[in-house]
Structure formats: structure tokens, C-alpha cells
Design a protein around this ligand. Sequence first.
Ligand SMILES: [Zn+2]
Length: 305
Amino acid sequence: MPDTYLRRDCPICQVQTKYTIEVSSKQRAEDFNSDSLMPYWNGFFKEKIFFSYARCGVCKILYTPIFYQLNQLEALYREMPPNMDLVPMDALVKTQRGYFKELKKYSSLKNGYIEIGPDIGIFTENCSREGDFNNYWLCEPNKAVASALAESVGKNKFTIIENMFEFTNIPDNSAGVAVMIQVLDHLLDPVATLTALKAKLVPNAKLLIVTHNERSLLRKIVGWRWPAFCLQHPQIYNSNTIAKLLEMAGYKIDSINKTRNYFELSFLIKHLLWSFGIKIKSVPKFFNITIGLKLGNIATIATPK
Ligand SMILES: [Zn+2]
């Protein structure tokens, strides 16, 4: 290990456990120093490199026993260019609409609303249109999206917090809903974050979490080339491990479902071919239809215990 990387305990067990390495890239991130990894941080289409993933022998979560330190991560996220909107907007809107319908089954959509990493507010907009929240607490450090995000809440009262995990301004015991879409895979200590979040929730609040699913069909098809194996994910969940994680943080599970993600078929074909190293530039227009597939993600609804 050339650099000052973090040696991590199992993120669920919270202690050193026995683990077995399960997935590695051809060149492993832990064999390089952090400066030479820099070009790979954002590269969707460059050579793939990530910290090896291991399976905890006790709780069975898939996680990286070696990973960036918190300060290295903060520097990397600061350097990150804005989201390149790889997925067309109408596909994103449809996908997030599906997450919202799931939340609506369980929540009365009132009291305060907390969302971590809302980006431009595609999900948030559903809540402001159909919910009855008295305040929107939006933890979003990316200043470039602030005006779009403000627009997504319409005339509702809102506060944008420019630190993803700084909940101190949010009153305790105030929120009826908390939302984390594609956030939990990125956290070094997900139990600590979920525990801090819990203090902000009213007793029957609903937490909606969307994460990758390492037991998905897509992962089985593409193996180590699965896009979720990357430098940004210190752990990846499946339905069992996310349930254990939430249990550990003081929540009980209402539901865990595979989500439908909408794609333009041409986008999907292109990325599938790229992931196998076949670098075509475009796919015939014939494939420009939007399809919904239960491909690689899970949505979890939970209630504080
Ligand atoms: Zn464990």
C-alpha cells in the first residue's frame, strides 16, 4: 500500500472482521498512490480501476477494506466537474417518479422534508407538487445547481445546506421524510450518518434510500466491469446488507424493492458495449426509444425505531 489510505473496519459490524476479496480491477487502486489515481476518479470511459471489494465474513456486506481517507475524498469531490447529464432528462424524470410513488405508498408527506444530494431537484419537485411539507432542508454542496433546486420547491419554504452531512441547522424531531438517492454507496461511515439523521425525524417518519444492488442482473452480466464498482463507492449493498445496515442505525424496514430505471435504448446499448471495451461512437437512431428496466438499483423505505 503506497499511500496513506484508510484501513477500514467493516462499515456494518464496526470492527475488524475476517473478509474475503471478491472483486478487483486488473490494476488495483490500492497499488497506486492517490495522485496517480486522480485521472481515474471521474472517468466513465477510461480504463477502469477501483479499490478491491471484499465480503465481510460476519454481515456479508461488500466493501473496500482499503479506501481513501476522508480528507482525500473531500478534495476529490471538490475537484469534480458538474454532472455531465449522461442520461436524458425525460428518462431521469420517469425513474425518479417511480421512487416517489414508492415513498407515497408509505408516507403522508408532511412535517419537514430532508433530502441529501438532491442535485437539480428532480425528485424534490414531486414532493413539492404533491406533498404538504412545512420546510424543505436540501443538503446540496454544488452551487451550480442551487437556482434549479430552488425552483423545484416552488413557493414552499426551503433552506439549502451547502454541506452534505451538516444536519445541525435542522431542528431535531422535525422531518416527516428524509431522502437519499444514490448517496449511501458513497459514505465512509453510513451508520454514523444515518444515526445523526434519525435525530431529525419525527417518530413515524419515512426514510427513502436508493442504492445500487450488487446482486443485480446487470452486475452478473458485466462482472468486474459493472459501473458501480468504482473509486467513489466504498461499499455496495444488496437487499440483505442494506437491511442490516439500517437495523444497526436504529431503523426498521418497511420495504425493499428493485426499482425500474428508464433509459434510451441507444444509451444502454452504447454503455454496454463500452463496458466490454467495444468503443462505438453512436448507435442507430432506430434505438432512440425510452425503456424501463429493473436493472441495478434498489429502493428501501424505513422508519426510525
Ligand atoms: Zn460486517
